[in-house]
Design a binder for this molecule. Structure first.
Ligand SMILES: *[C@@H]1O[C@H](CO)[C@@H](O)[C@H](O)[C@H]1NC(C)=O
Ligand SMILES: *[C@@H]1O[C@H](CO)[C@@H](O)[C@H](O)[C@H]1NC(C)=O
Length: 353
């Protein structure tokens, strides 16, 4: 990957206005492999608050970048069998981000979720000075998951709970960016809503983990702490939201979003929203940011989006046999060596025409 030049960054920045840091990362791809210092130097383009954060909290920036990467990886995974597979190729990706389509909504949400997750994780690991384990003093005692047993087990908060509020706030600071004073356009409203939906996909699904204490399995005391959901779970949930995303349009006052269609309930905070229909992503198109699906591997028997009919847009597919070498018949020799043979594996692939 070649490092972006200044002009490239500048151009993307202008294109993505009103922009936040996400535009910068996604548009050029490579900020994801940059160190915080160079990111902060590039943030000359970033206005006020974000530039300030960048200068004053470089360690947080580090975690924010990790969070963005987490989001990118999850986006690739969740969309691996779809026409638009979250390809973060510069030129095309920027175009996708400029539209108000479902895919854009997902990208914003998964990135905001990734940042929330990574920053919170860093707190729990003790990697940041500004935060640590969740403060639990003021919270009511946890309730037993099952109250079938009559024995009174004492419960306490303990261990290291994830301080998701901290991650949530940081994600908000970095992702929600600057707003135009006094007025907001539809675009901004959409982005802010989807960012929030992403953060909530983490914050609203905290789980409680407990551990028993006491002699030989007797559980005289239980300590419990709260953990974030696994990020895969967050991705799955956001993909569901993507599938059920709500279409909205701007109200006359330019400050509200109203659902489109009859009898449609207004989207709630956790729903993803969009205002424009997605292109079909079948053929390459610079305008829409579509790279097309030619050459993509498909599944000739699957009825869903990974099936050749849908993925190849009815253009058809060809079968190809690929042969590759793989380690096989591995044996463990005491101690400590693993010996494998090389086998050639044949695999049947269907590729879109
Ligand atoms: C996504 O699609 C592009 C373009 O068709 C392809 O080059 C790339 O390998 C795909 N990525 C994955 C992870 O399938
Ligand atoms: C192809 O799709 C079928 C039906 O959904 C599924 O059973 C099979 O595992 C898929 N094959 C691959 C290689 O994913």
């Amino acid at each position: 990957m070649t490092p972006p030049t200044r002009t490239q960054l500048g151009v993307f920045f202008i294109l993505l206005c009103p922009v936040n840091i996400i535009g910068l990362w996604w548009a050029v791809g490579s900020p994801l492999v940059m160190d915080p210092n160079s990111i902060c130097r590039k943030t000359k383009w970033l206005a006020g608050k974000q530039a300030e954060l960048c200068q004053s909290q470089p360690e947080i920036i580090n975690e924010v970048i990790k969070g963005a990467k987490l989001g990118v990886r999850e986006c690739h995974y969740q969309f691996r069998f779809r026409r638009w597979n979250c390809t973060s190729h510069n030129k095309y990706f920027g175009k996708v981000l400029q539209q108000d389509i479902r895919e854009t909504a997902f990208v914003y949400a998964i990135t905001a979720a990734g940042v929330t997750h990574a920053v919170t994780q860093a707190c729990s690991m003790g990697n940041l000075l500004q935060c640590g384990c969740e403060a639990t003093r003021s919270r009511a005692a946890p309730r037993p998951a099952t109250s079938t047993s009559t024995e009174a087990v004492k419960w306490e908060w303990g261990g290291c709970g994830d301080d998701v509020e901290f991650g949530y706030e940081k994600s908000k600071q970095f992702m929600d960016g600057r707003r135009k004073k006094g007025k907001s356009d539809i675009r901004t409203l959409l982005d802010l809503h989807n960012n929030e939906a992403g953060r909530l996909a983490v914050r609203n699904y905290m789980r409680t983990e407990c551990k028993c204490h006491g002699l030989s399995g007797s559980c005289t005391l239980r300590t419990c702490w709260r953990k974030m959901p696994h990020f895969r779970e967050v991705g799955n949930r956001l993909l569901e939201s993507f599938n059920g995303a709500s279409k909205v349009m701007g109200g006359n006052d330019g400050k509200t979003l109203i659902p489109v269609g009859w009898n449609i309930k207004p989207p709630d905070k956790q729903d993803l929203i969009y205002s424009a229909e997605s292109p079909d992503f079948c053929l390459p198109n610079r305008k829409t940011g579509s790279v097309g699906t030619r050459g993509r591997a498909c599944n000739s028997t699957a009825p869903d989006t990974s099936g050749c009919d849908l993925l190849c847009c009815d253009r058809g597919y060809r079968d190809e046999t690929v042969v590759y070498q793989e380690n096989c018949l591995c044996r463990f020799h005491w101690c400590c060596m693993v010996q494998c043979k090389e086998c050639s594996v044949r695999k049947q692939l269907s590729l879109c025409l």
